[in-house]
Write a new protein. Structure first.
Ligand SMILES: Cc1ncc(COP(=O)(O)O)c(C=O)c1O
Length: 402
C-alpha cells in the first residue's frame, strides 16, 4: 500500500503551524494519538509499579505493552527490551555492564561514521579497562563504511564491534549484517545504533546480527524514551550497577528507578501509529503491519529524497556530502559563501526547520574537514514530509545559492 501523505500529515497537530519540519533526524513531531494516549493514562490515574491496587496494575500493563510494541517494531522479544530516557544514557549504562570484564589488551571496534553516542561510551570504557580501540574509517568521497576493513580490524581479542545502522547526517546505511557476521566469527558482541535507521526502514534486529540494538522513540513519532533491544539471555549475563532492593530480573535490572509510565504509553501509541501508516488494521499481527508500513515509508521517503538531493546537486554553489549506495533520506550540505548557521537562519525565515552543525557526528565531520567551520546543514525527510516541502526547501536554498 502507498503512503497517503496528506492523511498522515493530518494526524500531526504540530504540522499545522506552517513550518516545514525537515528536522526529523533530531526529533519528530508526535501524532494526536500519542498526545491522547499520554493524557488518557494520566487522567485514568497511575500508580508506581508492582502494587496491589488497580492504578499500579495499569502502570505495569503500560510497561509490558510498551516492551511488546518496541519488540514488534524491531523484531525483538518483549523480555529483551530495556527502557530508559534516551539512547545515550542507555548506551553508557550498557557499556558499563558489558565492559566490566574487559582486560588490558582486549579490543573494541568503533566507526567514524557513528554518532558520538555509539563511539565515546566504548572509547571511555576501553580506556578504563586498558583495552585497545580500533577505528573503522569512512570513504570520504562516497560516505561509505567499507566492510572489507573489518577483516583486519576484528581479531581474536575483539570484544565488541559498535556500528551504526545509518549515519544521522549523511544517511549512509552500512552493510551491518556483513560487519556483525565478521564480529560474531571472532566471538565478539555487536552494538548497533539504530537511532537514525529505525524511522526510515523496516528493522529486523536478527537479520542485522545486532546483539544490542539501540533506538529512540522521539525519532519515530513517540515521546522522549530510548530502548535497547537484546536477547534476554544475553542481558541476564550482564550485571550493571544497581540498587540492592531493585529488581534483578531482566530487563528491569538495567532500568534505574521509576519508569515514566505516561511516556511509555505514548511509545506504544507511536508504534501503533507507525503500523497504521500504510496498512489496514485487518487483524494481521502488529509486526506484519509495521513491516508493510515501514516499507511504504521507505519508498515514499526515497522518492521524495530523489528530488531533494538532485535539486541540491544541481546548484553549483551547493556541496552535498555522502553518496552511499544505500542511504536514508537525509541531506547534508553547505552553500558557498554562507555559514551553515546563516543558511539555517535563512531557511527559518522561510519557515523551514533544519539543523546546522556537527549533529554529534563528531568523528565524521572531523574527517570530512568541516567540523571547525560550522560543519553543514542537515535537511532530513520522514514519513510526514511531502514534495511541497522539498520544493520550498529547494527554492529557499536557491535564493542563497544562485
Ligand atoms: C544516530 C544517532 N545515535 C544516537 C543518538 C543519540 O540519541 P539520544 O538523544 O536518544 O541519546 C542520536 C540522536 O540524534 C542519533 O541520531
Amino acid at each position: 500500500m502507498k503512503l497517503n501523505v496528506d492523511a498522515v500529515r493530518a494526524c500531526y497537530p504540530a504540522l499545522a503551524d506552517g513550518y516545514a519540519y525537515l528536522d526529523g533526524a533530531a526529533g519528530t513531531q508526535v501524532p494526536a494519538a500519542v498526545i491522547d494516549a499520554i493524557s488518557a493514562v494520566q487522567a485514568a490515574g497511575l500508580g508506581n509499579a508492582g502494587g496491589a491496587f488497580p492504578a499500579s496494575a495499569r502502570s505495569d500493563a503500560i510497561t509490558a505493552d510498551c516492551r511488546a510494541a518496541v519488540a514488534a517494531l524491531v523484531g525483538g522479544v518483549a523480555g529483551g527490551i530495556v527502557l530508559g530516557p534516551n539512547m545515550t544514557t542507555l548506551t553508557y549504562r550498557m557499556a558499563g555492564a558489558i565492559a566490566r570484564d574487559w582486560s588490558p589488551g582486549d579490543e573494541v571496534v568503533v566507526s567514524r561514521l557513528d554518532h558520538d553516542a555509539n563511539v565515546r561510551p566504548w572509547v571511555q570504557a576501553a580506556e578504563r579497562a586498558g583495552a585497545i580501540v580500533r577505528w573503522a574509517e569512512v570513504d570520504v568521497a562516497t560516505g561509505e563504511l567499507p566492510v572489507a576493513q573489518y577483516e583486519s580490524l576484528i581479531g581474536e581479542r575483539t570484544r565488541l564491534v559498535a556500528v551504526t545502522a545509518a549515519s544521522n547526517v549523511i544517511g549512509t546505511r552500512p552493510d551491518v549484517p556483513a560487519i556483525t557476521a565478521l564480529a560474531h566469527g571472532a566471538g565478539a558482541l555487536t552494538y548497533v545504533d539504530g537511532v537514525h535507521a529505525t524511522p526510515h526502514v523496516p528493522v529486523d534486529v536478527r537479520a542485522l546480527g545486532a546483539d544490542f540494538y539501540a533506538t529512540s522513540a522521539y525519532k519515530w513519532s513517540g515521546p522522549h524514551i530510548g530502548a535497547v533491544i537484546a536477547d534476554p539471555a544475553l542481558l541476564d549475563s550482564l550485571h550493571p550497577d544497581k540498587l540492592v532492593p531493585s529488581s534483578d530480573e531482566v530487563p528491569h535490572r538495567f532500568e534505574l528507578g521509576t519508569l515514566p509510565f505516561a511516556s511509555l504509553a505514548g511509545v506504544t501509541a507511536a508504534v501503533t501509529h507507525l503500523a497504521s501508516l500504510a496498512a489496514e488494521d485487518d487483524g494481521a499481527p502488529l509486526r506484519a503491519r509495521l513491516l508493510a508500513s515501514m516499507t511504504a515509508v521507505e519508498r515514499h521517503e526515497q522518492e521524495t529524497f530523489g528530488v531533494l538531493i538532485a535539486g541540491l546537486d544541481s546548484m553549483p554553489r551547493v556541496q552535498t556530502y555522502g553518496r552511499a549506495a544505500s542511504r536514508t533520506a537525509t541531506a547534508y550540505f553547505t552553500v558557498a559563501g554562507r555559514t551553515p548557521q546563516e543558511v539555517a537562519e535563512h531557511l527559518a525565515s522561510r519557515k523551514i526547520n533544519v539543523w546546522n552543525g556537527h549533529n554529534y557526528a563528531w568523528e565524521l565531520t572531523g574527517v570530512l574537514g568541516i567540523r571547525d567551520s560550522g560543519s553543514a546543514v542537515r535537511a532530513g525527510l520522514v514519513h510526514y514530509n511531502d514534495a511541497a516541502e522539498v520544493d520550498r526547501l529547494l527554492s529557499a536554498v536557491g535564493e542563497l545559492a544562485s
